[in-house]
Design a protein around this ligand. Structure first.
Ligand code: NAD
Length: 524
């Protein structure tokens, strides 16, 4: 999975060890990468490798139920947890930015976020547009590793979308991978094509080259008929957001030469970008922050209405979190797409009553091109993930699958993250910044038998703004793997239910009561 994260088909900049999300890396440097692979190849079944921010630092004797790898990435002590200090330490070679699934070796390409993005746009459609995006135009920016899922997610919901990116390679890559349909020559051309497709109720995704901090205000000025606005540029890291007065070709040099000046200019540009998003909201559009902290950055530049629109989690996703639902994913280590086709059939067979899941699996089978190892994602809840995992393990044991599969998830999950601008924004009890939960989650996964467990800081929204944990468990067809999978895939989403019961969500309480999740403060 470490190699898969850095497969040129999968990673955004594999030569720099960068997987996705600005500078999210899989290993600290190439010497660390070599030492990691060397050590992993000889690691015994009762040993555990320790990884500190992308560098292997020790091997300890543990036991067969213990994880084979424990990873801690990008963690800094509270008062020091800012980009400036992080970059100072990074320059000294002491740390790396692990994002969420980059440093924890379970990134599966743009598909990894696709279903979440698809579900989010489906929720927007349900809330505002009668259950479909047909006849609507969405405006967004950022066609990178994660943001590149947006065009396909919108067209899967039958809508039209205009996507701005300042990097021509990002546009070309999404077209090549089948996530984006066409590239327009200009903003005007993009709007014309969008209107035509919208009027014909024909799904279409249109990429257009430009700086979002100019394009979004310009489209507002033009009175473009936009129904939905969001953004997935790498705003969480001001050195990865292109300021308006910088040419794309000069971005990396300028960021290196004058990080403080670049940060200030990037934030000013983000303020313009966000002000235009608020302008669209004032004009009646559905507007939301898509988890990149752009509102926080715009606020730092002095824009007062930055938080006029909500984040996507409180707006659309939290009800799913209350059921322990989140981005369950798996990859076929055989490299054989037939293995994923077989697991797709198994999921359909296990959950016949879940129509939206069936629709997703069918669409994904038809429209998702694999990057690197064949993989699949689908959002499953408490009481579902363990059943899927155990079935996959049985399929490995019986030889129905050609090789083991790894089962993991994004750190963006129901019980694994504290991130007040994203996953835990506007919690009912005000507990947004309480970070005990991801720590408990990591410990629970270690105690339950996951194959590797990670605890990171700063993913998604940047330094100082999040703590989050991940787990991956290998289904190798053995009985022991089956027992571990049963515990991990019950307890991990169980943390999501517990977290939301604790915060006072009634639907989480119902799930806990119906499905037998024990919460001591509700007993006796
Ligand atoms: P990425 O670095 O791979 O891509 C970012 C893209 O933004 C690049 O293609 C870049 O050219 C473009 N860009 C930068 N500045 C721009 C500007 N001013 N105008 C137009 N385009 C610009 O990042 P990614 O993996 O796609 O992630 C994007 C953001 O979304 C990050 O902040 C990440 O943390 C966040 N994220 C959100 C979720 C979610 O579920 N909502 C999940 C993961 C990541």
């Amino acid at each position: 999975m470490l190699h898969n994260n850095l497969d040129p088909e999968v990673a955004e900049h594999p030569d720099e060890l960068v997987v996705y999300g600005g500078t999210g890396k899989a290993a600290r440097d190439w010497a660390s990468f070599d030492a990691l692979t060397r050590t992993l190849r000889t690691l015994r079944g009762d040993e555990t490798l320790l990884v500190q921010s992308g560098r292997p630092v020790g091997v300890l004797t543990t036991h067969e139920w213990a994880p084979r790898v424990l990873l801690a990435n990008s963690n800094l002590v509270g008062d020091w947890a800012n980009w400036e200090e992080f970059r100072r330490l990074e320059q000294l070679g002491l740390t790396m930015y692990g994002q969420m699934t980059a440093g924890s070796w379970i990134y599966i390409g743009t598909q990894g976020i696709l279903q979440g993005t698809y579900e989010t746009f489906a929720a927007v459609a349900a809330k505002r547009f009668g259950g479909t995006l047909a006849g609507t135009i969405t405006l967004t920016a950022g066609l990178g590793g994660m943001g590149g899922a947006q065009p396909l997610a919108v067209t899967m919901n039958d809508g039209v979308v205009i996507c701005v990116d300042c990097d021509p390679r990002a546009i070309a890559r999404r077209i090549e991978h089948g996530y984006l349909d066409v590239r327009a020559d200009s903003l005007e051309d993009a709007v014309r094509r969008a209107e035509e497709a919208r009027d014909a109720r024909r799904p279409l995704s249109i990429g257009v080259l430009g700086n979002a901090a100019q394009a979004v205000p310009r489209l507002l000025e033009l009175g473009a008929p936009i129904d939905i606005v969001t953004d997935q540029t790498s705003a969480h890291d001001p050195l990865a957001y292109l300021p308006v007065d910088t040419a794309f070709e000069d971005m990396a040099d300028e960021a290196r030469r004058d990080p403080a000046g670049f940060t200030r200019r990037a934030r000013e540009s983000m303020a313009r970008h966000v002000a235009a998003m608020v302008g669209f909201q004032d004009a009646g559009a559905e507007v939301f922050d898509y988890g990149n902290s752009i509102r926080g950055e715009a606020q730092l530049a002095g824009y007062e209405r930055a938080f006029a629109f909500p984040g996507f989690v409180p707006a659309y996703i939290r009800p799913l979190f209350c059921e322990g639902k989140g981005p369950f994913r798996w990859a076929a280590l055989s490299g054989d797409p037939h293995d994923i086709a077989a697991t797709d059939r198994a999921v359909l067979d296990l959950f016949p009553e879940n129509e939206s899941l069936a629709r997703w699996i069918k669409l994904a089978g038809e429209r998702v091109r694999f990057q690197g190892l064949p993989a699949r994602i689908c959002w499953l809840g408490y009481g579902e993930r363990d059943r899927a995992g155990e079935r996959f393990n049985d399929m490995v044991a019986s030889g129905e699958l050609a090789a083991p599969v790894v089962i993991g998830r994004d750190h963006l999950d129901c019980g694994s993250v504290a991130s007040p601008y994203r996953e835990t924004e506007a919690m009912r009890d005000g507990s947004d910044a309480i970070a005990d939960w991801p720590l408990l989650n990591a410990m629970v996964n270690v105690a339950s038998g996951a194959s590797w467990v990670s605890l990171h800081h700063g993913g998604g929204v940047g330094m100082g703004r999040s703590l989050h944990a991940g787990q991956v468990t290998v289904a190798d067809g053995t009985r022991l793997a089956g027992e571990k999978i049963q515990r991990v895939l019950t307890n991990d989403p169980g943390m999501g239910v517990i977290r939301h019961v604790d915060a006072g969500y009634d639907s989480a309480e119902t799930v806990a009561a119906e499905r037998g999740v024990r919460v001591p403060m509700r007993e006796g």
